[in-house]
Write a protein that binds this ligand. Structure first.
Ligand SMILES: *[C@@H]1O[C@H](CO)[C@@H](O)[C@H](O)[C@H]1NC(C)=O
Ligand SMILES: *[C@@H]1O[C@H](CO)[C@@H](O)[C@H](O)[C@H]1NC(C)=O
Length: 453
């Protein structure tokens, strides 16, 4: 017995003597990473943080964080206390936690979010159309933009990916210039970059990208997305079955503070309020029943959020693309939604397709012309062309819109004629009976008893 315990004692001492330095070694070496470019530091830093060092804000986070690969499998980035000021300062640039984003690999892994009922090998079983992915960006952060691109390349069958078209809407950041050109050339994938000469807004920039696309379909994405496994095939499958389809993925949330990937709610659809603002609402029972309570079935949504969708390229042009009289951003998603339904197409949210999107609480960008004016202009165009007599509801809740001149509407009204589109009443009855817009009304406003004055 005595012998045995002595043996164990020695054994433990030995283990202790060997292991402690081994455990400390990386810490010691890491500690030096902020001052030296030693190969050891590069071994751990460069594959995961290739862009942080010269991006100007993310320098040397790897030294403090040791072996941690931040954000893998969609996990949130965790910070040591004491970095709040830095986080706050960098947050203001893009209205998301840039420090967190810069710490996450551009190739970060994500879980497979598909439900078990979702088919897994669509591109082998069907001759799906190819797609050109169009991404418009304006002053996007380097790490979010590059992660968007890699998430596409890593998780899209190359047989379906015709090309990625990046459209720079007159960004002012240096790193989005030559450095981006060079980076893209270094990637072994068909990526094109076109630049707008002046700030043009989402609509014109997307149209510019679409004009050089060669794929059978177009897929529009935002510049701070992460595509998950099998995201594209279910979208293309819906277009394959019915080419008059605009197919949106389930939009999951990449949190603006920690970049945690959170699966979005599957029981929501897109609609709008009386002020013509896009809103998510809980799916009505009617739609759940139509889908036989199968959550993997596409949702016939009244409107789409507009940031992310696929569409047959020829159908997109037949249908009049976008309203080019709309500036910057806003209302173009409702315009394409009403137009698609009223003129014979359909809008689907496809729950088997998951794409993450960094949702921000406010926009970091300036609106040329002022945001209120831009949004009023766009909404008035929307109301005047598509809402028929229901436009009066909009003017009642937004009286200052009445005095806005929304420019020349002739070509959009002609388009509606030419496509023989149905009325907004038809849309309210057949597509969105749950709307707050009453179908029949005599008077809208306040009733007051004069004698109570
Ligand atoms: C991301 O992955 C691609 C291909 O898998 C690889 O070529 C590239 O170097 C990776 N980038 C980084 C920064 O890890
Ligand atoms: C409006 O646009 C149409 C063509 O789209 C054009 O024929 C017409 O002259 C324009 N009207 C005005 C007032 O500019």
């Amino acid at each position: 017995m005595r012998f045995k315990s002595k043996f164990f004692f020695k054994f433990f001492i030995l283990i202790f003597i060997i292991w402690i330095p081994l455990l400390l070694l990386p810490l010691i070496l890491y500690g030096k990473c902020s001052h030296s470019g030693s190969p050891y530091c590069q071994l751990f830093s460069s594959p995961y943080f290739p862009d942080a060092a010269d991006g100007g804000h993310g320098t040397n986070q790897q030294s403090e964080n040791g072996f941690v690969r931040h954000g893998e499998m969609g996990e949130p980035v965790k910070f040591q206390p004491g970095r709040e000021k830095e986080i706050e300062r960098l947050f203001k640039i893009n209205q998301f936690n840039l420090l967190a984003s810069d710490l996450i690999s551009v190739n970060r892994t994500l879980p497979d979010y598909r439900m078990s009922r979702c088919p897994k090998h669509l591109s082998q079983s069907y001759k799906l159309p190819s797609t050109s992915i169009v991404i418009v960006f304006h002053n996007e952060a380097w790490s979010t933009l590059i992660r968007t691109i890699w998430s596409i390349i890593n998780r899209t069958p190359s047989s379906l990916l015709k090309e990625i078209i990046l459209v720079d809407d007159a960004s002012e950041k240096d790193f989005l210039g030559v450095r981006l050109d060079d980076y893209i050339k270094s990637i072994n994938a068909n990526i094109q970059l076109v630049r707008m000469h002046e700030r043009s807004g989402l609509v014109k920039a997307r149209l510019k990208g679409a004009s050089i696309a060669k794929g059978d379909t177009l897929t529009f994405l935002d510049s701070h997305c992460e595509c998950t496994e099998g995201w594209l095939e279910p979208l293309l499958f819906e277009i394959y079955k019915n080419r008059k389809t605009i197919a949106s993925p389930m939009i999951d949330v990449v949190k603006d503070d920690t970049f945690q990937y959170v699966r979005g709610a599957s029981n929501m659809w897109g609609a709008f309020s009386w002020t013509l603002t896009f809103k998510w609402y809980v799916l009505p029972e009617r739609e759940m029943k139509r889908r036989n309570y199968d959550k993997s079935e596409p949702i016939r949504t009244p409107t789409i959020a507009g940031g992310l969708f696929s569409v047959d390229r020829a159908f997109f042009y037949e249908m009049g693309t976008y309203d080019e009289g709309m500036n910057v951003w806003g209302a173009e998603n409702l315009e394409i939604s009403f137009r698609t339904w009223m003129c014979g197409g359909q809008l689907l949210i496809v729950p088997c397709s998951h794409v993450g999107h960094v949702f921000r609480k406010k926009t970091p960008y300036t609106f040329p012309g002022g945001s209120d004016k831009v949004i009023l202009n766009n909404n008035v165009r929307l109301a005047e062309v598509w809402l028929d007599e229901w436009k009066n509801f909009y003017y009642l809740v937004r009286p200052n819109a009445k005095s806005v001149s929304a420019g020349n509407l002739t070509s959009r009204l002609e388009l509606r004629e030419r496509l023989k589109c149905k009325s907004f009443r038809w849309y309210l009855i057949n597509i969105f009976p749950e709307s707050q817009f009453p179908l029949n009304y005599i008077f809208f406003g306040k009733v007051r008893n004069e004698q109570l004055k």
